[in-house]
Design a protein around this ligand. Structure first.
Ligand code: PEP
Ligand code: MN
Length: 372
């Protein structure tokens, strides 16, 4: 495979989501080895699946296939260990690395069991973030593994489950990844853009952002024929696409470094952007409730404008300002904007199915808010 050789210090983990056959593993591993963009070959032997009855991996057979890859291709190999027994099997068969998946990191009992197995062992242990956005749980799991002192400890940011995430499969929550790096600077953090994106076409932007933020490398799902993959088919790349993406990333990042882009500034901006995302997500959720209240008022002939509620909101405003060390004017202007938008949305609901006449007090209140 023709491709630009990496001369950088990024760490690349690549390979299919699941080990599907010895032949396909050998073929994809050979291509990855030739490309130079794979220091550690990954493939799941035991697959954690949300629903029973879907493909759950080839288990011990897949473990043997991976050992063939290790021996014949000469690439270090890794697979997921979800409990002490699996960790024990992998350690004793000479695996180079194991990873704790998102559904294992959530459980301190399982993490501790695995930590006890790998204590002092010549193996790399990779801790993926828990599926829920709990930074302490992720840090705690890593600390359990660090205490056990296997040969090397790394971590993978694979995104967090969120019902508010609309674009990606898992919400990246870059702010949590940044906080993780700050809390555990000695643990190299890689990003798994495959699981975050959930879609091949979104992998490049996620991968680029991760490296710009100073992450140490990537764990990417690479399959000979992604459309036919037995698991996660939408988010796997062909070896050729991966090779092209990796060389592009190295090139772009080198340019950014040459231009002297300040990664600290970028990280702070990410923190602000992610808070803005949260702010607007919360506002959208607030407005959903406002719509429900509008519906209720309409059905029960209750006027939109409720002077008592208006008073109550304004009372809350001054205590909130002092508690959060914000200027009262700033808090007032935000509350007014939110309130005006709420009234506007409820007015729309009334206009769609008018059951009571317009309320002149509402017009006045909106005028006062500058939203009339
Ligand atoms: C995987 O890497 O294939 C996997 C199942 O990962 P996660 O635990 O992050 O879902
Ligand atoms: Mn997968």
């Amino acid at each position: 495979m023709e491709c630009f050789r990496p001369e950088n210090s990024f760490y690349w983990i690549a390979g299919p989501c699941s080990a599907e056959s010895e032949q396909s593993l050998l073929e994809v591993a050979r291509k990855l080895k030739e490309s130079g963009y794979c220091q550690l070959f990954r493939a799941g032997a035991w697959k954690p699946r949300t629903r029973p009855g879907t493909f759950e991996g080839f288990g011990l057979r897949a473990v043997r296939w991976l050992l063939t890859v290790q021996r014949e291709i000469g690439l270090p190999v890794a697979t997921e260990a979800a409990n002490a027994e699996q960790a024990h099997i992998l350690l004793h068969h000479g695996f180079d690395a194991i990873w704790l998946g998102a559904r294992t990191t959530v459980n301190p009992f399982l993490v501790q069991e695995i930590a006890d197995v790998v204590a002092g062992a010549p193996i790399t242990v990779i801790v993926k973030n828990p599926i829920n956005a709990d930074l302490k749980l992720w840090i705690g799991a890593t600390e359990r593994i660090l205490k056990a002192s296997p040969a090397k400890v790394m971590a993978v940011h694979r995104g967090f489950q969120s019902y508010d995430e609309k674009l990606y499969r898992y919400s990246p929550r870059w702010d949590l990844a940044i906080q993780y790096m700050a809390a555990l600077p000695s643990v190299p953090l890689l990003c798994d853009p495959s699981h975050i994106a959930g879609r091949r076409d979104l992998i490049p932007e996620v991968a680029k952002k991760a490296l710009e933020l100073g992450m140490a490398g990537l764990m990417v799902e690479v399959h000979l024929n992604p459309a036919e993959a037995l698991s996660d088919s939408a988010q796997q790349l062909t070896p050729e696409a991966w090779c092209q993406l990796a060389s592009q990333l190295v090139h772009q990042l080198r340019e950014a470094q040459a231009l002297g882009h300040e990664s600290r500034l970028e990280r702070l901006r990410i923190m602000i952007d992610s808070l803005d995302d949260e702010l607007f997500t919360l506002l959208a959720r607030r407005l959903d409730y406002v719509d429900q209240i509008g519906q209720y008022k309409n059905e029960n002939n209750i006027p939109i404008f409720q002077p008592d509620r208006w008073e109550q909101l304004h009372m809350k405003r001054s205590s909130m300002a002092s508690r959060l060390n914000l200027s009262p004017e700033f808090v007032e202007s935000i509350i007014n904007a939110i309130y005006a938008e709420s009234m506007r949305r409820q007015t729309l609901i009334y206009q769609k199915s008018p059951s009571i006449p317009a309320d002149p007090r509402l017009e006045k209140a909106l005028e006062k808010l500058g939203a009339g």
